[in-house]
Design a protein around this ligand. Structure first.
Ligand code: SF4
Ligand code: SF4
Length: 722
């Protein structure tokens, strides 16, 4: 199987090579499109969050008493004639299974798909013990013949073309296979696999559920091979993670309501098999099958007790967190996981396959929240990925230089702001009078040239504020609003802040710009620098004084989302700051929601330019704000042109686009192609980070599409002066 480099540079080279595989990128992108549609159809008329709640309840209730459930399962399964084993490690599980095979005189084994067996590298172990093992799931058989691991938890051979499969099958059969003759290839697989089923002495399966109160295993499959694996041979061994234990059938059914829908967009999979104990078997001793259930711990019991990470064990292995991940959709599972792939793979790799294999992987996340939104177990995957990253850095006792610098500079607001202001002086000679820096100096990695960079403003918003905020409305203000700029609005795009001031100028609103505010701290959280993130959170709470304001308004969806969700979590254990963080979280508001709810913008009749919209990840998924910006676009009289994948990430991700420019560029390219296809003249969004990425990318493409923050577009449409 492919190795996961621990060295970030080597990992980046591996990713670059994967990006060169256009078939892979296209296949995964097509799959993501088709999956999104069938998933939506499967859940139509159902409340996903209610179904997910039931999954969480079932899993959480089990995780708090795994060993009690194990004892209960063992009692009932053994009463029904099965033998139950507990393996502390992957090696122990493999040894138990090969011992069972040896004692039963087994020579040939058939296997159905099991991620737990992939986790223990069971096939390698059994083959080393001179046993013949045949994978019988079609995708697993294909990758077994290629001697590689799965690239997806549900669709293990998704990375291969039929041409590649035809070449492989030609080698296996010794006759040339036609890639267009799918029926011929299926017939070959059926012939080979039937022979293996009939000759096998032992079947090895996994299980989706282990029901404690009856000692029953539950298997959810589509190909029917698992039924043959578990029924035909005289010995059956199920290798099951301890996390699959559930108290009763009802809990399993709650998961089953979601699993096929979320995995493949099916209402129900083709087969759901329930096995209790040792069943009749003509080939077995005394007409009974020899049945073993091997439970695997391999860190699960410790994980279940870890307050920071236990939710990762709720995973039901639906694979959805890979399906809609913009990075997985470009580079595939062999480059985005170790054995377990996708978002959950980034986390589990650390716990099941060690720090070395997880080290480089965990920094490859855009924090776009797409995985979290589709996870039926409601695992906060992006947050846990950052937490694993932080833990790895803590364990290694070293931090990259950029982290060390950030931790030094960010807590010191004056120093940080001085550096930002000086950046203008450094950039000015390079940019001249142009608003964008099109060519980077030579010492920059050319991979960063995929977008033009904005020039830092000569005068930041804070220096313009006094002149700006002249209240024009008569009478006493009815609302007090503090504006939180965030680094980009304050120092790079002050015109966005000016636009808000113009929109509010004739309203009975007192708008202030607290000068002690600083970076929201999201960049620190993204770099797994929690301590720094905490320091700046406290500084901002003090500066923004939520008790004294009705709203704290921000133009940056990422800042808003971080303040609303991140601050209370970061400061939860602090007596003074915890409640204040909650208070600020309740007052922070993104621009679109504020404009819809508070400003109540009247509809404009004249039709403006054709306008596409990009939904920032932290707005649509982080804050759950979906309709407000689209309603605003229409109220402003802009000619709204919806595009495909409006809610897919633009590839910015703050420091991510600096660390992984090739991936950021490719994610952006897909987004901009959709925008250009729509024929829009204007692209609006409500996050300055997205403005930076989209504007810079369009500029490099020589596009005529203009990019604006929604606040600027509104000011123009409403004829307000900034
Ligand atoms: S983490 Fe969630 S989305 Fe990903 S495989 Fe597990 S249950 Fe599915
Ligand atoms: S947050 Fe986005 S980039 Fe990160 S793992 Fe989830 S889907 Fe992938």
């Amino acid at each position: 199987m492919s190795q996961t480099p621990s060295d970030p540079k080597q990992y980046r080279r591996q990713l670059r090579a994967a990006l060169g595989n256009h078939f892979l990128g296209q296949t995964l992108a097509n799959f993501a499109q088709a999956y999104g549609k069938s998933r939506a159809a499967a859940f139509q008329g159902q409340d996903f969050s209610e179904l997910a709640k039931a999954v969480v309840q079932a899993k959480d209730a089990s995780l708090s008493r795994l060993m009690a459930l194990y004892d209960e399962f063992r009692l009932h399964a053994e009463e029904a004639g099965a033998k139950v084993h507990l393996a502390a490690t992957a090696g122990e599980a493999n040894a138990i299974i090969s011992r069972i095979a040896y004692q039963a005189g087994v020579k040939r084994i058939v296997k159905s798909k099991s991620m737990t067996a992939e986790e223990t590298h069971l096939n390698d172990h059994l083959e080393a013990a001179d046993l013949e093992v045949t994978e019988t799931d079609l995708g697993e058989w294909i990758i077994q013949l290629r001697r590689e691991g799965p690239s997806h938890m549900v669709l293990p051979a998704i990375h291969l073309s039929r041409g590649q499969v035809a070449r492989l099958f030609s080698r296996v059969s010794g006759q040339a296979m036609d890639p267009d003759d799918i029926g011929g290839m299926v017939a070959l697989a059926r012939r080979e696999l039937r022979r293996a089923f009939l000759e096998a002495d032992m079947g090895v399966s996994g299980a989706n559920f282990a029901i404690a109160d009856t000692g029953t295993l539950g298997l959810v499959t589509n190909e029917g091979n698992a039924r043959l694996v578990t029924t035909l041979p005289r010995v059956h061994v199920a290798l099951v993670g301890l996390d699959k234990l559930l108290p009763d059938l009802n809990s399993a059914l709650n998961i089953l309501r979601v699993l096929p829908k979320n995995a493949t967009g099916q209402n129900i999979s083709s087969y759901v098999t329930w096995i209790t104990g040792a069943n009749e078997c003509a080939a077995g001793q005394e007409g009974r099958k020899e049945t073993h259930v091997v439970f695997l711990d391999n860190g699960r019991l410790a994980l279940a007790k870890d307050p920071d990470f236990r939710e990762a064990l709720r995973c039901i292995r639906c694979g959805a967190c890979a399906n809609l991940c913009p990075i997985y959709d470009l580079v595939g599972g062999h480059n985005y996981g170790h054995v377990y792939i996708g978002a959950i793979g980034l986390i589990l790799t650390y716990f099941y396959h060690g720090r070395r294999n997880a080290r480089a992987l965990v920094s490859n996340c855009l924090n776009c929240q797409a995985c979290r939104a589709v996870c039926p177990a409601q695992i906060d995957l992006p947050r846990l990925i950052k937490k694993v990253h932080a833990r790895i850095m803590d364990e290694e006792g070293t931090r990259p230089l950029k982290n060390q610098m950030l931790a030094k500079v960010l807590p010191n607001r004056r120093l940080f702001h001085q550096i930002l202001r000086r950046a203008y002086l450094v950039q000015k000679p390079l940019a001249g009078s142009a608003p964008l820096l099109r060519h980077l100096p030579r010492f920059f990695d050319p991979a960063h040239g995929f977008r033009s960079l904005p020039v830092v403003a000569a005068k930041p918003l804070r220096a313009r504020w006094k002149k700006l905020n002249q209240p024009k409305s008569k009478g006493r203000p009815t609302l007090k609003v503090a504006l939180f700029g965030g680094c980009l609005v304050d120092f790079v795009y002050p015109e966005q802040g000016e636009a808000v001031a113009a929109l509010l100028a004739d309203r009975p609103i007192e708008l202030s710009y607290p000068m002690e505010q600083t970076c929201c701290g999201l960049p620190a959280a993204m770099m797994a620098e929690e301590q720094t993130a905490r320091i700046v959170a406290r500084q901002n709470i003090r500066a923004l004084d939520p008790a004294a304001h009705d709203y704290v308004l921000t133009l940056c969806a990422s800042c808003a989302s971080h303040i609303r969700e991140g601050y209370p979590r970061l400061l939860a254990r602090e007596k003074v700051w915890g409640p204040r963080a909650e208070q600020l979280a309740s007052k922070i508001m993104d621009f679109s929601s504020f404009a819809r709810q508070v400003l109540n913008i009247e509809s404009q009749s004249a039709l403006g330019p054709k306008t596409a919209y990009h939904a920032p990840c932290h707005l649509c998924r982080g804050l759950g704000v979906r309709q407000a910006p689209r309603q605003l676009i229409q109220a402003a009289g802009l000619d709204y042109a919806p595009t495909d994948n409006e809610e897919v990430c633009c590839g910015f991700g703050g420091s991510y686009s600096v660390d992984f420019p090739e991936i950021s560029a490719r994610v952006l390219e897909r987004k901009l192609a959709e925008v250009e296809k729509s024929g829009a003249e204007l692209l609006v969004t409500d996050c300055p980070g997205c403005v930076l990425q989209l504007r810079g990318g369009l500029d490099q493409r020589g596009s005529r599409v203009k990019v604006m923050h929604l606040a600027e577009a509104l000011v123009r449409r409403l004829g307000k002066r900034t």
